[in-house]
Write a protein that binds this ligand. Structure first.
Ligand code: ASP
Length: 327
C-alpha cells in the first residue's frame, strides 16, 4: 500500500514537472530582424557592430512608440520596417542589394492578423519606402499584389515619396555586386532583408517584410519576401511571421504559413514551429531565419545560419538586440 502511494506521488511530481508554466503574455510585443547570414565575427569591425545594433535599436524604438501609446500592431510593424528601409546598412530601401544590371528592385509585403488582409509589391524601383506601397495596395486597391512599373505609378499617384533609382545605390552594394560578378560571393554580400512582427494591446497581430532580394539577382527575379505565406504571414488565431533567407527555398516550403499552421493545428510553441520549418528549409538546401510571435505570446527569433540581425522589446521593459546565433 505504502509503495503504491509513493509511486502515485512520484508520477504526480513528474507530471507536474513536464507541464510548462503558463506564460505571462506582455501587453504588447515587437520583434524585428535585419536579415540572416551575417558577417563573421573576425570580419566585423567594432564600428559596424555598433552601427548595426544602433539601427536595430532605432527600429525597436519606432515600433514600440506606437505600441506603448496604444497604437495598432499594423502601424508598429510598418514604422519599424520604414526605419530599417531608410538605414543604408540593411538590405531594403536605401542600401538594398543590386541586380546584375546594377539597379535596386525592391519587394515588400504587410499583413493584418485581424482579418488576413494583405498587400504586397515586387520589383519596385522608385518608391522610397516599399512597405508603404504594400500597405497602400492592401488598403486601397482591392487586390493583394502588384509588380513592376505599375507599382511605381500607383505609389506616385497616391502621393508616396518617390526617389530616383540612384537613391537606393550605395558604394558598399556596388562593391558587393562587383565581387559577385567576379564570382567572389562573400557570405555578408548574399542577402539581408528586414522585417517586423507585433502584437498590440488589443491582442492583434501583424507582420511586415521588405527587401532588395539577393545580390546580383537576375532582373525580374522575385523572392519570398512579398509572397504572403512564404516571407510574411499574420493571423490572430495562430501567429505572425517575417522571414529572411534563400527566398526560393522559403517559397517552396511555404515557410510563414507553415509555421502558423504548426502553431494552430499542432499546438506547438513559436520556437518549435520555427525550428521544424527551418529544418525543412535546410533539407531542401536553403538557409535563413524567421521571427515568430504566437497568439499565446510565445516568441522565436530562429535561424539556421551563423547569425541574424534581430531585436525584441515588449511592455515589460525588455529590450534586446543580437547579431550572432550564440548570443
Ligand atoms: N529572402 C530574400 C529573398 O530571397 C532575401 C533575404 O532574406 O535575404 O529575396
Amino acid at each position: 500500500m505504502r509503495r503504491a502511494i509513493l509511486l502515485l506521488a512520484m508520477v504526480a511530481v513528474s507530471a507536474c514537472a513536464s507541464v510548462e508554466k503558463p506564460m505571462q503574455k506582455p501587453e504588447w510585443t515587437l520583434l524585428i530582424h535585419g536579415g540572416a547570414g551575417v558577417m563573421r565575427r573576425d570580419e566585423m569591425t567594432p564600428e559596424m557592430d555598433e552601427a548595426y545594433r544602433a539601427g536595430l535599436n532605432d527600429a525597436l524604438e519606432a515600433g514600440s512608440k506606437v505600441l506603448a501609446g496604444g497604437g495598432q500592431a499594423l502601424d508598429a510593424v510598418e514604422a519599424a520596417v520604414r526605419v530599417l528601409e531608410d538605414n543604408p546598412n540593411f538590405n531594403a530601401g536605401k542600401g538594398a542589394v543590386l541586380t546584375r544590371e546594377g539597379l535596386a528592385e525592391l519587394d515588400a509585403s504587410i499583413m493584418d492578423g485581424r482579418d488576413r488582409r494583405a498587400g504586397a509589391v515586387a520589383q519596385v524601383r522608385t518608391v522610397k519606402n516599399p512597405i508603404r506601397a504594400a500597405r497602400h495596395v492592401m488598403e486601397h486597391s482591392g487586390r493583394v499584389m502588384f509588380a513592376g512599373p505599375d507599382v511605381d505609378d500607383m505609389a506616385a499617384k497616391a502621393g508616396l515619396d518617390i526617389v530616383p533609382p540612384e537613391y537606393f545605390i550605395t558604394p558598399r552594394r556596388l562593391e558587393a555586386l562587383k565581387r559577385a560578378m567576379a564570382g567572389n560571393f562573400l557570405p555578408m554580400d548574399r542577402f539581408g532583408t528586414v522585417g517586423a512582427v507585433a502584437m498590440d494591446r488589443q491582442g492583434n497581430l501583424a507582420a511586415a517584410t521588405s527587401t532588395g532580394g539577393m545580390n546580383a539577382k537576375p532582373p525580374g527575379r522575385v523572392g519570398d519576401s512579398p509572397i504572403i505565406g512564404a516571407g510574411t504571414y499574420a493571423e490572430n488565431k495562430s501567429c505572425a511571421v517575417s522571414a529572411t533567407g534563400d527566398g526560393e527555398f522559403f517559397i517552396r516550403a511555404s515557410v510563414a504559413r507553415m509555421i502558423c499552421a504548426r502553431i494552430e493545428m499542432q499546438g506547438l510553441s513559436a520556437a518549435k514551429a520555427a525550428q521544424a520549418t527551418l529544418d525543412e528549409v535546410r533539407t531542401l538546401g536553403g538557409t535563413g531565419g524567421v521571427i515568430v510571435l504566437s497568439h499565446d505570446g510565445s516568441v522565436a527569433l530562429s535561424m539556421n545560419t551563423e547569425g541574424m540581425f534581430r531585436g525584441r522589446t515588449d511592455a515589460t521593459g525588455r529590450k534586446e538586440v543580437g547579431i550572432y546565433a550564440d548570443e
